[in-house]
Every structure is written in C-alpha cells, then in structure tokens.
Design a protein around this ligand. Structure first.
Ligand SMILES: Nc1ncnc2c1ncn2[C@@H]1O[C@H](COP(=O)(O)OP(=O)(O)OP(=O)(O)O)[C@@H](O)[C@H]1O
Ligand SMILES: O=P(O)(O)OC[C@H]1O[C@H](OP(=O)(O)OP(=O)(O)O)[C@H](O)[C@@H]1O
Ligand SMILES: [Mg+2]
Length: 282
C-alpha cells in the first residue's frame, strides 16, 4: 500500500484534495479525519500539517507527500521534489516600509521577521548578509508596524497583504513556489506504485491544461491546419464521406483554443469543436 502525506489545512489542502479526487482517489469526508485508506487504489492518506510533510517523508515512514516547494526547502529535510502541481503558486519575498530599504545590501544589521527561517537564513548566508531573523507563526506583515522587525520575508501572491500593511517588496523574489509532490532523497525512482500515482496526477494536469479540438478541412489546407494543431504526438486525420475533405482531431492548450479556432476558420476549416478532457494517460 502506498503511503501518502496530504496537507490537512491551509491554502494547499483544498486544491490538493480536489486534485486527488480528480485523479480517482478517495478523499476524507470530514476535515477532522487524520488518516483514510483507499483499498481500491491501494493507497493510505495521512492528513498532516503542511509544514511537517517533508519531515515525515524524509523519515521514510511515508512514501510520498504533497506540500509547497517553499515548505520543503524551509524544512531542510532530506526530501526532493518529483512533480510540480501548478496550484498554490506564490513568490517568497522581502518587504519593508517604502523608502527604508532600497536593496538586499541594506538588510545588513536589520531584523527580518518570517515564518520561513530556513529559507531566509540560507538566502542571507548565500549573499553574505549579516542580519537577525525572528520567527513568527503567521501574519508577519504586522511585525514591522509593531516594531518586532524592520523587514519581513513572506509568501506573496496578489500582493494584497503587503499593500494593506503599507509595505513594498525589496529586491528580487527569493524563490517561486507551488504545490509539489516530494519523496525521500535517494528513494527508488522506479517504484511502480509511485510511478502510477504520478501518472494519474499528470493525467489531471494535462486534462486541466488541454482541450480536444475537432474540425473538418479541405485536403489542400491540411498542412497549414496541422501546423496550427500539431497535437502531442501528431493529429488524427480521417477521411470524410465528401471527397476532398478530412476530419482532424488534436489536443491543444486550453488557453490558446480560441485563437487556434480563429486561425483554423481563417484558413477554411469548418465545424470546429472543442471538448473538455476529463482524464488521460500520456
Ligand atoms: N495566498 C497564497 N497564495 C498562494 N499560495 C499560498 C498563499 N498562502 C500560502 N500559500 C502557500 O501555501 C503553503 C503554506 O501552507 P500553510 O498551510 O502552511 O499556510 P497557509 O495557507 O498560509 O495557512 P495558515 O492559515 O495555516 O497559515 C506554502 O507553500 C505557501 O507558498
Ligand atoms: O499576496 P497575497 O495574495 O495577499 O497572499 C499572501 C498572504 O497569504 C498568506 O497569508 P495567510 O492568509 O495564509 O495568513 P498567515 O500569514 O497567517 O499565514 C501569506 O502568508 C501572505 O500573508
Ligand atoms: Mg499562512
């Protein structure tokens, strides 16, 4: 049975459960459940604090985990990222009151408040900056107003929290994060159960980012049409009853679907349809 750590709370937990559900796995019905077994898929899910997941996975008790890249790095645990999941995207940045800190070098001698001490201490050391780090559990944007620090380092998504606290970012992002699947560093990369789990999640990622496109076009236009819709391997082309026409079927990126439909129409393709993909294995 594959043992998987899943976030039990916070920004990661809802989207993680949704993705696992879309991949065909049973998920807990109540937010207080700490462990469930999905016998059909031979998987056991452990609902853990997102911050603790890398530590459990590194210990070897759990095979894989879903967590944030920033949490993985912050933990310093002996675990590694094996698949990026595309949700809970954020950047990790320094911020301060406008006009007080103009760049990274100005952090020397200052106090930085953060919930991610591991990332911040590592980043300061890498840049040879001697600054103090104070650990806070959350809502770190308020630390400057309350005089606990002159600088903060925190997760930024829309920037609303920083704006509301009257702060502005300092320097370039320290890192970019998103939800990731992790395993113990050095674990068997060919483990078949892990590979199957990853294929299922990749199927969801593809189903979310691609649509299936079907259209008819004249044989003379086929080369141009195929250039617009190359598909993943190559598009399926079938003859139509009307001579001189073919039907074409290919996967296209969902974001580009409308533009591709316009371009296909312009070269004479007709009956252009898109349909959602619910699941796939590539
Ligand atoms: N506003 C946000 N947008 C996108 N991702 C976020 C946001 N806030 C936190 N994250 C991501 O969620 C993970 C942190 O999850 P965690 O549950 O510890 O914090 P949280 O979502 O802030 O919840 P909590 O309320 O418990 O602090 C990190 O990977 C972080 O990058
Ligand atoms: O750039 P934004 O879109 O505003 O998002 C970033 C904010 O979201 C998270 O806070 P959360 O609400 O989880 O509270 P916390 O600080 O207590 O973790 C994070 O810690 C930032 O404060
Ligand atoms: Mg938070």
């Amino acid at each position: 049975m594959l043992r998987i750590a899943v976030p039990n709370k916070g920004s990661l937990s809802g989207p993680a459960a949704e993705m696992l559900h879309e991949a065909g796995y049973q998920q807990r019905r109540e937010s207080k459940e700490l462990r469930i077994v999905d016998p059909t898929n031979e998987v056991e899910f452990f609902y853990l604090r997102p911050r603790d997941i890398a530590i459990y996975v590194a210990s070897g008790q759990l095979d894989i985990g879903l967590t944030g890249r920033d949490l993985l790095i912050d933990s310093g645990a002996e675990a590694e990222e094996i698949l990026a999941l595309g949700f809970a995207r954020s950047t990790f940045r320094y911020a301060a009151k406008p006009g007080t800190i103009s760049g990274l070098a100005d952090l020397a001698g200052k106090t930085v408040a953060t919930s991610y001490e591991g990332i911040v201490a590592g980043h300061l050391a890498d840049h040879g900056i001697d600054a103090s780090v104070v650990h806070l559990d959350g809502a770190v944007e308020t630390a400057i107003q309350l005089g606990v620090a002159q600088v903060i380092a925190d997760v930024v998504e829309t920037g609303t929290s920083l704006r509301n606290a009257g702060l502005e970012v300092v320097g370039e992002p320290i890192m970019k994060s998103e939800a990731v699947v992790i395993r113990r560093t050095g674990a068997d990369p060919d483990d078949t159960k892990v590979q199957q789990f990853l294929r299922r999640l990749q199927g969801v990622l593809v189903a979310r980012t691609y649509v299936m496109m079907d259209y008819d076009c004249r044989v003379e236009q086929l080369e141009k049409a195929v250039a617009l819709t190359p598909g993943l391997e190559s598009p399926t082309v079938s003859p139509l009853h009307n001579e001189g026409w073919v039907a074409v079927r290919a996967m296209v990126p969902a974001k580009e679907a409308q533009r591709i439909m316009d371009d296909l129409y312009d070269i004479g393709a007709r009956a252009i349809l898109t349909t959602a993909i619910h699941a796939c294995r590539l």
